[in-house]
Design a protein around this ligand. Structure first.
Ligand SMILES: Cc1cc2nc3c(=O)[nH]c(=O)nc-3n(C[C@H](O)[C@H](O)[C@H](O)COP(=O)(O)OP(=O)(O)OC[C@H]3O[C@@H](n4cnc5c(N)ncnc54)[C@H](O)[C@@H]3O)c2cc1C
Length: 467
């Protein structure tokens, strides 16, 4: 689709609409706004950066953009990993980080009402202060909740509480036309027609702009414990995943990692992990409201893993020990990035029974192409993060190698009835793989939905699929 380039009159009109102080152009726009956390997928500068301040202001901006055919890309914190917030057609980049108010923490309905620019870490801390838990726990705490909802972010606790989608009760949305609608709200359930709220979740700014969120709060568990279990045999390690999930006590997190990733994290953090001699590990954690309940869960998990190949069970039951464990886990992505000049990432999700087979395939691929590939994942929900690292390959070899590896990784996921993305989304980086995986019919259904929300295709165009 073709879009109008902004001229001086547009800029002046947008200054009137959005407030002069909120409209930035040229060198006023920092380099950060040209990419997300995967600059590997390319940089693009907006023609204008507008700081979103209110629903009314955003409505007025969209009304104008829609009338004059200007593309609008929304940005939260820019921590995405697929280029979703990058303004590939220029136009307007609308940053929502200033809309960061927690409007209400309503204990009657256990609902947090927030603006989209609230950071995940701020919401988590505020919920904690009032004895509540905001359950979604994606690794990057400086992401905005608007970004989390728009990518349907997952994270460590998804195995027990589900992903961000499961915590969204409702939202206010500005449509491309500038009209403001509310989907859902503080109600606990809703069976009133099509689930438009759910269409918005994971839509990466292509259907509307979220200006308010109603998010589910839970009572905060009082006790937490984490178990670190080393395994000599990776198949035994992964076979324990299903066994742990079948125990009556539901674990909060169930993560898998190999020693090489741990080595990268230790080097990156300059800290030693409590145990780092085994080839593979599971980290399982539980939360409960009494020590007794927690002990029952820990005993059952330790027993099943020790009987099935775990060499040991290291228990972290103090805040300090848990912090050591989880800070190392949280640093994996940054550690891998730091270990190589560039890399590419794949965020596939496969049925649990295929995790071990998928990782065997990853190792074969690494050997075949003589390239370093690192992987770790949310084993409890089959979501694997696989990183192909350039290291000292020359640019030409790297370009050919990374393409072959990524093609093979996504093809294998399709064969195993997996999906292209478990939690990071599609953006513009992964849309070819989405098309291959879902086929034309499903992409056409999505395109038709897009055009019924946004008939002129101005919202984050050519993301997820080509218009
Ligand atoms: C170290 C690290 C660890 C990470 N760990 C995880 C993890 O465990 N799980 C996980 O899922 N992700 C993870 N991520 C990825 C990233 O943090 C998430 O994708 C996050 O949800 C992006 O939020 P953001 O505010 O940075 O959004 P951005 O990157 O700014 O935007 C992401 C998308 O959301 C859209 N968007 C943002 N706000 C709105 C809005 N209000 N209305 C409409 N559209 C909007 C944008 O247009 C874009 O399409 C990680 C990233 C890093 C760097």
């Amino acid at each position: 689709m073709r879009y109008k380039k902004l001229d001086a009159a547009d800029l002046e009109n947008l200054r009137d609409i959005a407030g002069r102080e909120n409209v930035l152009v040229g060198e006023q726009i920092g380099e950060d706004y040209t990419h997300d956390e995967m600059p590997e997928y390319g940089h693009a500068s907006p023609e204008v950066l507008i700081l979103g301040r209110s629903t009314q202001q955003i409505s007025d901006i969209l009304r104008y953009a829609n009338e004059y055919n200007l593309p609008v890309t929304t940005r939260g914190s820019g921590t995405g990993l697929v280029g979703a917030c990058v303004p590939i057609h220029g136009g307007i980049l609308l940053s929502l980080h200033k809309m960061d108010k927690i409007i209400d923490l309503d204990l009657h309905t256990m609902t947090a009402v927030v603006q989209p620019g609230v950071l995940l870490m701020k919401l988590a801390a505020k919920a904690d202060e009032i004895g509540c838990l905001y359950a979604p726990d994606p690794g990057e705490k400086s992401a905005t909740v608007g970004g989390n909802v728009s990518t349907n972010a997952g994270g460590m606790r998804a195995v027990k509480y589900g992903v961000t989608r499961d915590a969204v009760k409702g939202m206010e949305v500005v449509l491309a036309s500038g009209e403001v609608v509310q989907f859902g709200g503080k109600v606990a359930k809703n069976s009133s027609g099509y689930a438009l709220k759910d269409l918005m979740i994971g839509s990466e700014g292509t259907l509307g702009i979220i200006t308010k969120l109603y998010l589910k709060l839970l009572p905060k568990p009082s006790n937490y414990v984490s178990l670190l279990m080393p395994f000599e045999d990776i198949h035994a390690c992964l076979a324990c995943v299903e066994k742990v999930l079948r125990l009556p006590e539901v674990c909060t997190t169930l993560e898998f990692m190999e020693r090489e990733v741990l080595d990268d994290a230790q080097e990156y953090l300059g800290k030693e992990f409590p145990e780092h001699s085994a080839p593979s590990y599971l980290i399982v954690s539980y939360s409960a409201n009494s020590k007794e309940a927690l002990n029952v869960a820990v005993d059952a998990c330790a027993k099943v893993c020790l009987e099935n190949g775990a060499k040991d069970v290291l228990i972290s039951d103090t805040a300090e020990r848990q912090n050591t464990l989880w800070s190392a886990r949280g640093a994996f992505l940054e550690a891998i990035k730091n270990s190589t000049p560039t890399m590419d990432e794949c965020d596939v999700v496969v049925p649990l029974a295929h995790i071990a087979g998928y990782l065997d395939f990853v190792r074969e691929l690494s050997a075949k192409h003589q390239v370093r590939i690192r992987s770790f994942g949310h084993a409890g929900d089959g979501n694997l993060h696989v990183y192909v690292c350039k290291d000292d390959l020359d640019d030409e070899t790297w370009a050919a190698t990374v393409t072959s590896c990524m093609d093979a990784l996504y093809q294998k996921a399709i064969e195993m009835e997996g999906q292209v993305s478990g939690e990071h989304g599609i953006g513009h980086a992964k849309k070819n793989y989405l098309k291959q995986s879902l086929g034309d019919l499903q992409i056409d259904l999505m395109r038709n939905i897009k055009f019924s929300f946004d008939p002129n295709g101005i919202l984050n165009p050519d993301k997820i699929f080509d218009l």
